[in-house]
Design a protein around this ligand. Structure first.
Ligand code: ADP
Length: 487
């Protein structure tokens, strides 16, 4: 089967440690598989804790130099990286399609976000790093100074590999930290080695960014090394709530601060005064973009009863018409899901919901390696798909008597990442937004929406802390109180 990624391959993806490409210490490699064709795209270093410790040492050695580099040089490196990324646009889109099944549209979204991320990071170089504080001690000048923390561990997922690894490393680096990145086993190139290539070419000094890859099922050893090493001062993690919870438990033992961006079960509320056509288009994008494999995707749609029938019929028809197939084909909307395990999980959860009484309004039958856009109605709360996040193009539709009931239903979840309200009355939308337990709320838009400067993150079991360059200093710097006393 040809297609996805137009034959893109990368024969060897090694670790990047101290500015050098190296195999795993163990000498082991694992095959990087395309989710569309199943073809082997190349061999990837199967790293372990020993490799992670080498990378941590390299990051530690590079820290003092990188933290002291003049802002003009730091700025040049990020602007240079943006230029390199842009010049490699076509090849990177192919790599994203081949490695992660990412279609052209979502590839463009990732590139657009990442270019902005790098250009905004360049501006961080000249941001003030502290303030003068009034002191009651006579003859004393007090200051609060932001200092980079040192080595930051970054653990990233595969779904928006370029963007989410970028977000995990660029903010910390721009603030003067050095980084050890562990990309997902599903995206070792576009979420890992690619970043090393680009930043090295842009002039990032050796050791400032290190990348350690690993085979499926072997992330734990590297994560544990990051947690256990006293040289690693912060960890940021983007992934699922169960993995994040395990990490946080261990981080507590090591008293290590972690920034966690975890699962969402995101509600989209459609009020009775919404424009139905607009709501259908917004919901279809929000539920099915990148085959529903975005943490912000709409998973539950609550429609006020007067609109429920018309919305349900038009939305189901739209979902059923979305073409599934090769992500490299510009006509494709729903590409392959990431792997067989994910496809089987979707199938099992949809079947379980149906056994418990749910109705399938669109989709519902796997078309390997794709799962079609699927709309379920009448899903009982005890169904697994109604409870946690299921990463894929499946959304639950529910009629409610009022928008207030929708808010109560939305807030019943343990997760609280993104939420949306579509209404003809913006003030009502804002009132509902204020009552939603979500870190991100969009009024009159769908939930999949991100900009690098915004405070990105969730409440409840969706995690701790915020990404977003404007807020990164809170997470990846320590505030030092300094006084100077006249002698
Ligand atoms: P997803 O469903 O997005 O793959 P995961 O939480 O499984 O979510 O994966 C997100 C990231 O966490 C990936 O880089 C994965 O390799 C990593 N990961 C999985 N298990 C662990 C672990 N025990 N310690 C550290 N990282 C882990």
């Amino acid at each position: 089967m040809v297609g996805a990624g137009s034959g893109w391959r990368r024969e060897k993806v090694g670790h990047f440690i101290g500015g050098e490409w190296t195999p795993a210490g163990s000498g082991r490699w694992y095959p990087n598989l395309s989710p569309w064709s199943g073809h082997v795209l190349g061999q990837v270093a199967a790293g372990d804790a020993e490799d992670a410790y080498r990378a941590i040492e390299a990051a530690h050695e590079a820290f003092a130099g990188w933290a002291a580099i003049p802002p003009s040089r730091r700025q040049q490196i990020f602007l240079g990286a943006a230029g390199i990324l842009e010049s490699r646009r076509e090849e990177i889109l192919h790599a994203l399609a081949a490695e992660t099944g990412c279609g052209r549209h979502f590839g463009d979204v990732q590139l657009g976000f990442t270019l902005k991320l790098l250009r905004q990071a360049a501006q961080l170089a000249y941001r003030p790093t502290g303030e003068l504080l009034p002191s009651d001690v006579e003859g004393t000048q007090a200051m609060a100074v932001r200092r980079p923390v040192g080595v930051v561990g970054a653990i990233a997922p595969w779904n928006a590999s370029l963007t989410l690894s970028g977000r995990a490393i660029v903010g910390p680096l721009a603030l003067g930290n050095t980084v050890v990145l562990k990309p997902s086993e599903e995206a070792p190139y576009t979420g890992g080695a690619l970043w090393a290539e680009i930043l090295q070419e842009a002039g990032l000094p050796p050791g400032a960014l290190n990348v350690v890859a690993h085979a499926p099922g072997e992330a734990g050893g590297i994560g544990d090394a990051m947690l256990a090493s006293p040289l690693v001062r912060r960890i940021n993690f983007t992934g699922s709530t169960p993995t994040g919870r395990r990490l946080a438990e261990k981080a507590g033992r090591h008293l290590k601060r972690v920034v966690l961006q975890l699962s969402g079960q995101n509600p989209l509320i459609i009020a009775r005064d919404a424009d139905v056509g607009y709501a259908v288009d917004a919901a279809a994008y929000g539920a099915f973009v990148h085959q529903g494999q975005v943490c912000m995707c709409a998973r539950r749609i609550y429609v006020e009863r007067p609109l429920a029938e018309e919305f349900g019929a038009r939305f189901a028809a739209k979902a059923a018409a979305l073409p599934a197939g090769d992500p490299s084909d510009p006509a494709t909307v729903v590409g392959p899901v990431i792997n067989e395990w994910a496809l089987a999980l979707l199938d099992r959860r949809v079947n379980e919901a149906v056994e418990l009484g749910a109705r399938v309004l669109a989709g519902g039958v796997p078309r390997p390696p794709c799962y079609p856009a699927t709309v379920l109605a009448g899903v009982p709360d005890e169904a697994e798909i109604a409870q946690g996040e299921t990463f894929g193009p499946v959304v639950i539709l529910e009629a409610v008597d009022s928008a207030e009931e929708a808010v109560a239903r939305a807030n019943a979840s343990d997760l609280g990442l993104a939420a949306s309200v579509i209404t003809g009355d913006t003030r009502r939308g804002l009132r509902l937004a204020a009552r939603l337990d979500a870190g991100i709320v969009h009024v009159n838009d769908q939930p999949v929406n991100d900009e690098p400067q915004m405070p990105f993150g969730g409440v409840k079991d969706t995690g701790w802390g915020r990404f977003g360059l404007g807020f990164a200093a809170e997470e990846f710097c320590d505030l030092q109180w300094v006084t100077v006393r006249d002698q």
